[in-house]
Ligand binder design. Structure first.
Ligand SMILES: Cc1cc2nc3c(=O)[nH]c(=O)nc-3n(C[C@H](O)[C@H](O)[C@H](O)COP(=O)(O)OP(=O)(O)OC[C@H]3O[C@@H](n4cnc5c(N)ncnc54)[C@H](O)[C@@H]3O)c2cc1C
Length: 413
């Protein structure tokens, strides 16, 4: 009889683990705490060749329906003039596009909504997930793919907490047809940077509503990194009723004065083309964190994706890392007997080092932003150069590829 895996978390990391374990001969059930299918608010998603390779392994072709292609990266100054330009071939996808591609092939009895894990129990023979509704599920393995605030990690590693990096990412998406025509003509088809003093913004085309990639129906995605000191972040994370949301404020609860403030800043600081787009959106923000787990395996439980390590989004590789974690886990477990320990030990030893590599690479690219809350001298020491930012961005896939090769992970993809 095949082994049974309980995957906690039904986002991209959990879905990737489910597909890869199924392909390795496991019976898998995913448990997601949300009551409804996840959406993703249309936000964009950078991809890397390793993610595309893993998707292919589970039968998902990364064809043109998966994203919008860009072939150039530019940097605009405050006046809207192009001050740097480089070639860059990349397919920009969307969170929800990947979610649908991974979610749709799974039978609904194997993807259960409204199941919030509260505790894990285990003995020599099995592991049990206990949910908030009082139900229990038993399996041979439990995969904690439950994100940065993982309940699984909290139980086994309460000391491993996300560390705030000193800045937030404002995110916004506008439908292509709502873009002013002249702005569309100038920026839609390219990957665009704006680098106001101490900040960083990127913007690019993505699949639109219902993941449409036909011309006129796509979306335009903005990610704007802004230093925010912890006290100001606490205020921004407090809703109009005075309730503070320490684990992240849900976008609809962000106060209107906070939104008005960021829109005014956009007008004052950004290239006019991008400020015009931003003004028409409903932006929301996500604080940026670093997270490193000192262990990934606890008996029959294993952490993957953001539950294990959070790499800052500058390398656009959170989902790629979750895919590699899942591929390595499944490959280690393929053909495992009743004693899972050797297989899980191999997974842990490989993915601990890889997770550390990814966090270090992403932190390097955010040093300048984190330094903005430091003393003036240290801020200047972290000074940045436009060409270098573009170069680091353009070579991030190669850097990830080199890390994957150095750790011998190509064999798993
Ligand atoms: C600004 C920004 C931009 C980004 N851009 C990119 C990009 O371009 N490319 C990229 O690859 N990555 C990007 N990322 C990172 C990416 O979003 C994450 O790495 C990725 O979503 C991790 O997936 P995950 O499945 O591990 O965790 P999550 O997506 O956080 O999913 C965790 C899931 O677990 C569920 N859950 C939590 N607790 C429980 C519980 N107790 N019981 C049951 N279910 C539970 C949650 O509801 C959620 O569905 C970006 C991140 C940010 C902040």
């Amino acid at each position: 009889m095949s082994h049974r895996a309980l995957v906690i978390g039904g986002s991209l990391g959990g879905l990737l683990a489910a597909h890869l374990l199924r392909a390795a001969g496991w019976q898998v059930v995913v448990f997601e705490r949300n009551d409804e299918e996840l959406t993703g608010r249309g936000v964009g998603l950078g991809t890397h060749p390793q993610l595309i390779a893993v998707l292919r392994r589970v039968g998902i072709a990364f064809d043109e329906s998966m994203g919008v292609q860009v072939s150039r990266v530019i940097c605009l100054d405050r006046g809207g003039k192009v001050i740097a330009e480089q070639p860059m071939a990349r397919t920009m996808s969307a969170w929800s596009r990947l979610y649908r591609a991974l979610r749709d092939p799974l039978p609904s009895q194997d993807y259960r909504l409204g199941k919030k894990l509260v505790q894990v129990e285990q003995d020599d023979k099995s592991i049990t997930a206990i949910f908030a509704d009082g139900s229990r599920e038993r399996g041979d393995l439990l995969v904690g793919a439950d994100g940065i605030r993982s309940t699984v990690r909290e139980q086994f590693l309460p000391q491993a907490q996300p560390v705030y990096a000193g800045y937030v990412a404002w995110r916004a998406v506008l439908e292509e047809r709502q873009m002013p025509l002249d702005v569309h003509r100038q920026v839609f088809a390219v990957y665009t940077f704006c680098l106001p003093e101490g900040e960083q913004l990127l913007a690019y085309p993505v699949p639109g509503r219902d993941n449409d990639t036909t011309i006129g129906r796509r979306g335009y995605n903005i990610v704007w990194y802004r230093p925010v000191d912890p006290r100001a972040l606490s205020d921004m994370s407090t809703d109009a009723s005075g309730r503070h949301h320490a684990g992240g404020i849900p976008p609809p609860l962000i106060r209107s004065d906070v939104i008005a403030h960021v829109k005014a800043d956009a007008k004052a600081l950004l290239a006019p083309q991008i400020a015009e787009v931003f003004a028409r959106t409903n932006p929301f923000f996500q604080p940026i964190y670093d997270l490193e787990s000192p262990a990934l395996v606890f008996g029959r439980a294993a952490l993957t994706g953001d539950a294990a390590f959070v790499a800052r989004p500058h390398i656009g590789a959170g989902v790629t890392k979750a895919a590699i974690d899942a591929a390595v886990l499944a490959q280690c477990l393929r053909g495992a007997g009743d004693d899972l320990r050797p297989a899980l030990a191999r997974f842990e030893s490989s993915q601990l080092r890889f997770g550390q590599d990814m966090v270090a690479l992403s932190r390097q690219q955010g040093v300048y932003l984190s330094a903005q809350l430091n003393e003036r001298g240290q801020q200047q020491a972290a000074q940045r150069d436009v060409e270098k930012v573009l170069h680091a961005h353009g070579t991030r896939s190669d850097q990830i590829g080199a890390m994957v090769a150095a750790r011998g992970l190509d064999a798993y993809l």
